[in-house]
Design a protein around this ligand. Structure first.
Ligand code: PLP
Length: 371
């Protein structure tokens, strides 16, 4: 079987060996229910609380502000549901959010909320000015992601939070793509809620958390037992949560090493690409690179690349298969938004592999051009 080069780390990452080792005993040795009050159950409960502390420390929060979820999508749904039933009926969402945020915004609209979209500039940035244009004192919630999943643009979160708070609105940030590259400090940025997903930083799929600032009102999204301090019913997935704690601790500790390595491999890849152009952002993470090859459909390039041995994507994995170009690129005013392929890079990639990948990309695109 052909060996593929995986350049789709923004879709998901492999589970780190330390994460597997930490999680392993909780599958069959300390497999107990953390809600059980007996001594064995409490061993599992202690492991969950240790993981909660690790997650809190990684974003400079308190442990009682961390609620474990089934991943980013649930955390987003939960955060955005907090406005329901409140007095204010206006919500601001950035125009370049992940589908999970956009779908929640749509569902708020369906029940009578007014949603306004803060526009992106040409470089994938939601500027303070763009937010000022749509926010008002009737705004209940502002949602702007920390790092965009298509182009990697880093948003000026602290400045945007200040504007939201000036208008009495809560601020929620989807930080799902941020953990590997960007320092997250909720006390410093002042965000009220923040969503994280484990499988983007070498933890398991199906686990993540929502940070909610102390004092902010949080109603349960999932009703049931008294887990997560009565806010989320359902038995906690102990092995995944234990792994999440180890993964976020490791990602935080190794962030600058990760960023340096990724920059090296990405620079090597990008300088070798002979065709098209890379989407530019003023301030971005290095691990996401979007290539545009005018007049050649991105979906067709991605399929041809997969056949030739390079796995990348057209947009987010969640909207794969959709015929529409990535919304982020459309919102950025990119003329050839439908001619984009996204390459994303991880810490186990070597220069050799990305050089081979760049050669394959050049080869595949040259064949399209010859047709
Ligand atoms: N938000 C962003 C920016 C993402 O990139 C993703 C996943 O691709 C999600 C949310 C959804 O996270 P999850 O897959 O954990 O539900």
């Amino acid at each position: 079987m052909k060996e593929h080069i995986y350049l789709d780390y923004a879709a998901t990452t492999p589970v780190d060996n330390d994460v597997i080792a930490a999680a392993l005993p909780y599958y069959n040795k300390i497999f107990y229910n953390p809600s059980s009050t007996h001594a064995l159950g409490q061993q599992a409960a202690t492991a969950v609380e240790v993981a909660r502390e690790k997650c809190a420390k990684a974003i400079n929060a308190n442990s009682d502000e961390i609620y474990f979820t089934s991943g980013g999508t649930e955390a987003i749904n939960w955060a955005m549901s907090t406005v329901r039933g409140g007095q204010k009926k206006h919500v601001v969402v950035s125009a370049i959010e992940h589908d999970a945020v956009l779908a929640c915004a749509q569902s708020l609209e369906n029940v009578g909320y007014i949603v306004d979209y803060a526009k992106s500039d040409r470089f994938g940035l939601i500027t303070p000015n763009a937010l000022e244009k749509v926010i008002s004192n009737d705004t209940a919630l502002v949602c702007v992601m920390t790092v965009n999943n298509i182009v990697g643009s880093i948003q000026p979160v602290s400045e945007l939070v200040e504007i939201a708070h000036k208008h009495g609105a809560l601020f929620f940030t989807d930080a799902v793509q941020a953990v590997n590259s960007v320092e997250l400090d909720v006390k410093n940025s002042g965000v009220d809620m923040l969503a994280v997903s484990g499988h983007k930083f070498y933890a398991h799929k199906g686990v993540g958390f929502l940070y909610v600032k102390r004092g902010a009102l949080l109603s349960p999204l999932i009703l049931g037992g008294a887990q997560e301090r009565g806010k989320r019913g359902g038995t906690v997935d102990v092995p995944s949560v234990v792994g999440l704690g180890v993964a976020i601790e490791k990602a935080t500790r190794n962030r600058s090493r990760f960023s340096k390595h990724v920059k090296q491999v990405v620079d090597e890849f990008v300088t070798r690409i002979k065709y098209g152009y890379i989407v530019k952002c003023d301030n971005k993470t290095d691990d996401i690179v979007t290539l545009i090859v005018p007049k050649i459909n991105g979906g067709r390039i991605a399929v041809a690349l997969s056949c030739a041995g390079v796995c990348c994507s057209v947009g987010s994995a969640c909207s794969a298969g959709s015929a529409t170009p990535p919304k982020t690129l459309v919102e950025m005013g990119e003329e050839y938004a439908d001619c984009a392929v996204r390459f994303s890079f991880g810490r186990d990639l070597t220069i050799d592999r990305v050089v081979r990948a760049a050669d394959i990309v050049n080869d595949v695109i040259s064949r399209f051009k010859a047709d």
